[in-house]
Design a protein around this ligand. Structure first.
Ligand code: CTP
Ligand code: MG
Length: 230
């Protein structure tokens, strides 16, 4: 039986958020953003381990109490310059104890409001899939393509368009091979798998599973968390 591991890239600096503290450590309802991501992932008992990849120079991690996840948490300090590099370094470090066909669910540290039902759906729908898949939300807004003067050049039909989220779930061996050949600037795992000519499965999620990117997202995440388990 293949096992399920979560891999949480947490080596970013949060430049769009501003400030000196990386956004994964910012306070959200009394605990750091990343603690909510751990809580969401560990709520599903099928997930075996939470592997977190920190930047080698991370000076923040040790200042918090992680004992709530002690048994399942595996800490790596091998983050890279880009997200793709961080994920690949994490996968390489896992290779010693992780089987090639074990599932790895890569989930952004900065995505604290992952609904339990969406995570459950991803595991249910992808566990028997040949390729793997990701949570994504069908686009709700009308899309415009801008020209160089920031004027509308075209309206892009939104039918069939989805916003990629995380977790993104692929087999350890295949994802490692895909990321080794893809460039370090891939912004998600699915893109690397697509470059192999494979077609990841889209599993429906919604806008609550937002990535905290800009300062205003933190307040929004706080409001979402208040009602996430209603
Ligand atoms: N990440 C990482 N290693 C990097 C860059 C990003 O592990 N070299 C992680 C972040 O910590 C975050 C996730 O990837 O959990 C999503 O990336 P993003 O939202 O872009 O975070 P940052 O890169 O930290 O933010 P910014 O792009 O605004 O600097
Ligand atoms: Mg980034």
């Amino acid at each position: 039986m293949s096992r399920f591991h979560a891999l949480i890239p947490a080596a970013g600096s949060g430049s769009r958020m501003g400030g000196i503290q990386p956004k994964q450590y910012l306070d959200l309802g009394g605990r750091p953003v990343i603690a909510h991501s751990f809580a969401a992932l560990s709520r599903d008992t099928r997930i075996d381990r939470l592997v977190v990849v920190l930047s080698p120079g991370d000076a923040w991690w040790d200042g918090y109490d992680w004992s709530a996840w002690q048994e399942r948490l595996h800490i790596l300090r091998c983050g890279g310059v880009t997200r793709a590099e961080t994920v690949l370094n994490g996968l390489e470090a896992m290779a010693g104890w992780c089987a090639a066909d074990d599932w790895v669910l890569v989930h952004d540290a900065a995505r604290p409001c992952l609904p339990a039902a969406a995570l459950g759906r991803l595991l249910d729908e992808v566990a028997s899939d040949a390729v793997g898949g990701l949570l994504a939300a069908p686009l709700a807004d009308t899309l415009k393509r801008a020209d160089a003067d920031t004027r509308v050049e075209a309206t892009v039909p939104r039918a069939g368009l989805w916003q990629a989220q995380t977790p993104q779930m692929f087999r350890h061996g295949q994802l490692r091979a895909a990321l080794r050949t893809a460039g370090a600037d891939m912004t998600d795992e699915a893109s690397a798998i697509e470059q192999l000519g494979l077609r990841p499965k889209l599993v429906e999620s919604d806008s609550r599973n937002l990535k905290v990117t800009y300062p205003q997202d933190l307040r929004l995440a706080s409001l979402i968390l208040e009602h996430l388990h209603d």
